[in-house]
Design a protein around this ligand. Structure first.
Ligand code: PAF
Length: 301
């Protein structure tokens, strides 16, 4: 992160003297800060992010502040979870604004390590969660969840946080992280917070920034198709027919490709061909160069 980042943040503090977010870039400094908090018996939360913070991230920070004494927000655009070089190159980076937003919320630490310190020469370990990593985004983004599991495991071990906050929009990611901490006995609570949506239903995502105006106008069709499909499933319609209609509606709205639109069991992420108590809809579709995902629980009335 650049000098201007610190400068802008310092200016921001000057305006709001009681709100400070310490920017930490090195692991030894992070650990020193955490050791001080541990002396106070503080409960520590981490909100892992890749920056380009939006209201969805901020809702995670607020949820973390409600449950923990100290909140660390990590900002690291993790190259290992991008299976597409263009997606990594185009991933939005808004560090100055991110720091200002976190300061305005009073997050305690913004941990922003660089790539060389996260993956030094010789780095050779991959954390790979089997089972639930297959299917959905696992099928369409090969290697993505290995990258996520590896960086999340590192962040949990680096911070020794007591709890971590993730958004429901990335439901498969949350399921994988839960499996990871269970399997590796990492003592951390994983807390999933509801998806935050625009007024027109579009799930907030850092990738929304990359939508052209005309694409932004089309984008809410994804959530609309999902909500309509959920309504019909609750009414007891045929699952295959409802999913086929939802796909047709998404394509008719202007999305050019659907990676998946599936009904799956929330607990084990197995596909469902009939309605069940724990049913959840998952979708990923392309609008121009941007891949959007969404998911909702199908609640029986
Ligand atoms: O959801 C994300 O932004 C990322 O996958 C995460 C959890 C920060 C890991 O890089």
């Amino acid at each position: 992160l650049s000098q201007s980042y610190h400068f802008a943040t310092a200016q921001f503090y000057a305006k709001q003297p009681f709100m400070t977010t310490l920017i930490v870039k090195s692991l030894p400094k992070l650990r020193a800060q955490i050791a001080e908090w541990r002396l106070e018996s503080a409960r520590i939360a981490i909100v892992p992010t890749m920056g380009a913070l939006h209201e969805g991230h901020l809702s995670l920070v607020r949820a973390a502040q409600a449950r923990a004494d100290r909140v660390i927000v990590s900002l690291f655009v993790n190259p290992k979870q991008f299976n597409n070089a263009a997606d990594l190159a185009n991933y939005p980076r808004t560090e100055v604004e991110d720091a200002a937003r976190l300061a305005s919320l009073g997050a305690d630490v913004l941990y922003a390590p660089d790539e060389a310190s996260m993956y030094p020469p010789g780095f050779a370990t991959t954390v790979s969660v089997g089972g639930i990593s297959k299917g959905l985004c696992g099928t369409h983004r090969p290697g993505h969840f290995d990258g996520v599991a590896t960086i999340v495991a590192k962040l949990f071990l680096q911070t020794s946080a007591d709890m971590a906050f993730f958004g429901e929009k990335d439901f498969q990611q949350v399921a994988i992280v839960r499996r990871l901490v269970k399997d590796l006995d990492i003592p951390i609570d994983i807390i999933m917070c509801p998806t935050v949506r625009e007024a027109d239903g579009l799930a907030l995502s850092s990738r929304n920034m990359r939508l052209a105006a005309i694409e932004r106008a089309i984008a809410p069709a994804l959530a609309a198709a999902l909500f309509e499909a959920a309504r019909q499933l609750c009414d007891g319609g045929d699952v295959a027919a409802i999913l086929a209609q939802a796909k047709a509606d998404i394509l008719a709205a202007g999305f050019h490709k659907i990676d998946y639109l599936e009904l799956r069991d929330e607990d084990n992420l197995q596909p469902l061909d009939t309605m069940a108590r724990n049913a959840r809809l998952h979708v990923a579709a392309w609008l121009g160069q941007v891949r959007l995902i969404d998911t909702i629980k199908v609640l029986r009335s």
